[in-house]
Design a protein around this ligand. Structure first.
Ligand code: ADP
Ligand code: ZN
Ligand code: ZN
Length: 743
């Protein structure tokens, strides 16, 4: 190993290629893959840090020009080396620079300084401290006296108290330190993001079906062959109890566990169950933590102070030394896929990590993704099914309402006759209900009733949405705002109005229709502040309201035993999305929403209002028929070569000049046509993206579909090479493998 490939912490395409550095004699044998090193950089040779990502024997330039590594920063620990391996996996599989991949997996940036806990500690006994205080008194050194007297009472005092409450200057403390009377001790304090208020774990004995899962997983460990498992079980079927038992087993063996859960399900309710069972072995990660707090959590994990990390996607990269299990709850959730580069899927990366670490991978969902279910069917994953709710309550009764029939019958209201009837009944009985609308904001677009002109964002190719009861128009993509439009910019007509189908508008309709009902609304607008979300949920749980009205947010993972009615106002809104996953997403949402009613002792009713009651996603969801949905959906994906039947890559181009961007798309596509394939990939585009302009940048997209993922990776590699060779600077080219959303 003569030379090290070092990457530096600068995010730019041009530094993607590692720099080659010599390894000086005194560092030979000490530098390993993943080592953090100090290197002289650039013409000025300023010292910066970098990471060793490879080694090489050969260099193709003058040896004398190679600089040496200056120093090894800190003894590199193996979890980081493993993470660098994962970074290179991510770079290869999803297409990004090594730097970006590294930044994804390593907590490289300590944006905030680690919090330090300083204390002042007495080195002398009480009588000597007293003597010293008398001397100080005689010299009229009042601050010294205060500190010495305080130390007589307690030999260890928080430094912040000394400089704060006691009003003793740092200089005074130092001078006493010099005299050997006291010392300052510095200890890194790790902030635990959740303060736990105690409580007992409720001990359950697992049901037969639950125990079978635990036994099967354990048996594979004993055979030295931890596997991959999918637990298909409706909400309330006891998945979480299984997860906790599996984690407990690993911890008994001195191993650690990562438990991924969508951010939105990361509620106090959920987390407390883990704290009760595992105490402060548990740590939590979530997006509201500051960079420093995240870093602290990773440090605690690295030092072995915690053994369980719970959190969304990014918790996957917890640097545990002996990882035993990765569990992904609600594995079908779209949020497990990163929307920024590298566009990795946590499920796929977890699978790779589990394989490398010799850990088990456990996925769980009430509505598994087609990807995972297919793997379970083919035997790649072991499939377990939990069929019964353990709390004893039965599934809700589902009413499917055809909105076209409502219109025919002269009902123009947002609430169908059946829903209204059930709502009145619940209000009378004092039972709670939830109303779900798959849409955000006060209303959709604003348009001219005379000429049809739609008011659009000047920077993006999307319509603006009305907010604040129609006072302003907002772009949901770039945040652009303007006051409401009174006159049509195209024909001058004053009949400009919003298409009303938002949560705010429904709230108003509710107040008119049921003036006595107390309504809570939960959507992006009412949950802007840190604690809004929890506060709305706890108000509803405390029965301070009759109706909880909201978007997606209300259907995910909260238990309200008082809810006996769930109204889904417009089931097909998510179907109109031109996205191959639209049916799957609709099915999942409806199934989840339906699972919300009747969680307590009282039986529940669900009303699904739709314009397409014959659509298979809606039919299957109202019958709670996952298997049937899976068969139909997979047949559709196979017919059109969509994932998981085939692999798909979106090449996402964006740039400031429309013509130049189109030319780049054509050039790239032509390059791919010239490549040799055993079987030619299907190509769609280049074409205008679904969102064809965003924040003044034009967007184009090319899709490639192929059975073999590696063939898509080859296309990506070729394109990346072109971008470098052609010195493309103004346009950006990104890759999204098996995308979750249209571009
Ligand atoms: P899921 O994660 O599938 O939604 P949970 O594990 O949260 O299911 O279980 C739902 C409810 O049933 C919880 O209140 C839980 O305490 C309870 N429960 C789970 N397993 C058992 C069991 N074996 N015996 C009794 N109650 C159980
Ligand atoms: Zn007009
Ligand atoms: Zn915009």
């Amino acid at each position: 190993m003569s030379y090290a490939e070092v990457i530096v912490d600068i995010s730019h395409e041009n530094v993607d290629r590692p720099f080659t550095y010599g390894i000086p004699q005194h560092l030979q044998g000490q530098i390993a893959l993943g080592s953090k090193v100090e290197i002289p950089f650039g013409k000025s040779n300023r010292m910066i840090t970098g990471y060793v990502v490879g080694f090489t024997e050969h260099i193709d330039f003058d040896e004398s020009r190679v600089k040496d590594i200056s120093a090894l920063c800190e003894k590199s620990v193996s979890p980081e080396e493993k993470l660098i391996g994962i970074a290179s996996f991510i770079k290869e599989k999803y297409g990004s620079t090594m730097i970006t991949a590294l930044k994804t997996v390593l907590p490289v940036k300590k944006a905030t300084k680690a919090q330090e806990k300083k204390s002042v500690i007495a080195l002398k006994d009480e009588s000597e401290l007293y003597k010293a205080s008398l001397i100080a008194k005689s010299k009229n050194q009042r601050a010294k006296v205060r500190l010495l007297q305080a130390l007589c009472e307690s030999p260890r005092i928080d430094y912040s108290l000394v400089t704060g409450k006691l009003n003793v200057s740092a200089q005074t403390v130092l001078s006493l330190q010099k005299q050997g009377i006291l010392q300052i001790e510095t200890e890194r304090s790790y902030r635990n993001p959740i303060s736990f208020r105690g409580g007992e774990a409720t001990k359950v004995s697992l049901s037969k079906a639950q125990q079978e899962i635990v036994d099967a997983v354990e048996k594979d460990y004993e055979a030295g062959n931890p596997g991959k498992y999918l637990i298909h079980g409706i909400t309330g079927s006891g998945k979480t109890e299984v997860y906790m038992e599996l984690i407990a087993k690993r911890i008994e063996q001195g191993q650690q566990a990562i438990f991924l859960i969508p951010e939105i399900s990361l509620t106090y309710q959920n987390v407390v169950r883990f704290y009760r069972r595992f105490g402060d072995k548990v740590s939590i990660m979530h997006s509201r933590l500051s960079a420093g707090e995240r870093f602290d959590q990773f440090e605690r994990a690295r030092k072995g102070e915690v053994s369980i990390m719970i959190g969304p996607r990014s918790a996957l990269f917890t640097p545990f030394s002996n990882l035993g299990i990765i569990i992904i709850d609600e594995e079908h959730e779209g949020t497990y896929k990163s929307e920024t580069m590298p566009k990795y899927h946590a499920r796929e990366v977890a699978e790779e990590m589990a394989g490398r670490a010799g850990a088990a991978l456990v996925l769980g969902s009430a509505t598994p993704s087609l990807e995972s279910y297919q793997k379970a069917k083919s035997g790649e994953y072991v499939l377990f099914t939990l069929k019964e709710r353990l709390t004893g309550c039965t599934l809700a009764n589902v009413n499917l309402v055809d909105l076209r029939e409502e219109l025919k019958a002269g009902n123009k209201s947002i609430f169908s006759r059946r829903l209204k009837e059930l709502m009145e009944d619940r209000l009378e009985k004092g039972e709670q209900m939830m109303l779900f609308l798959n849409r955000r904001g006060y209303s959709g677009f604003v348009s001219c009733r005379d000429c049809g002109e739609v008011i659009k964002c000047p920077h993006c190719d999307v319509s603006l949405s009305e907010h604040n009861r129609g006072e302003k128009l907002v772009c949901h993509y770039c945040g652009y705002e303007q006051p409401a439009v009174k006159k049509c910019p195209s024909c001058g007509s004053n009949k400009v109005a919003g298409f009303k189908a938002g949560t705010q508008q429904i709230e108003e309709a509710l107040h008119k229709q049921f003036p006595m009902a107390v309504v809570l609304r939960m959507d992006a607008d009412t949950t802007k502040h840190k604690d809004d979300y929890e506060s709305i949920l706890s108000k509803f749980a405390n029965r301070e309201a009759d109706i909880l009205l909201g978007t997606q947010m209300i259907v995910k993972g909260h238990d309200f035993p008082g809810v006996t009615l769930m109204g889904i106002l417009a089931a097909d809104l998510s179907l109109s999305n031109n996205d191959f996953r639209a049916a799957e997403r609709t099915f999942q949402l409806l199934t989840q929403a339906a699972g919300r009613a009747g969680r307590g002792e009282l039986p529940g009713e669900v009303v699904i209002q739709t314009y397409q009651p014959e659509h298979y996603a809606i039919v299957r969801a109202s019958g709670q028929d996952y298997e049937g949905f899976y068969e139909e959906e997979l047949a559709y994906r196979e017919f059109l070569l969509y994932p998981p039947a085939a692999n798909m890559m979106a090449v996402q181009l964006s740039g400031p000049d429309k013509k130049a961007l189109e030319r780049l798309g054509q050039r790239l596509a032509t390059e791919v046509k010239a490549m040799e394939f055993d079987s030619i990939p299907a190509q769609i585009g280049p074409a205008k993206a679904n969102l064809s302009k965003k924040s003044d940048l034009y967007r184009q997209v090319i899709y490639y579909k192929h059975k073999d993922y590696e063939e898509l990776v080859r296309i990506k590699d070729r394109m990346e090479e072109c971008v470098r060779l052609w010195e493309i600077k103004r346009e950006s080219v990104q890759f999204d493998f098996n995308p979750m959303n249209t571009f």
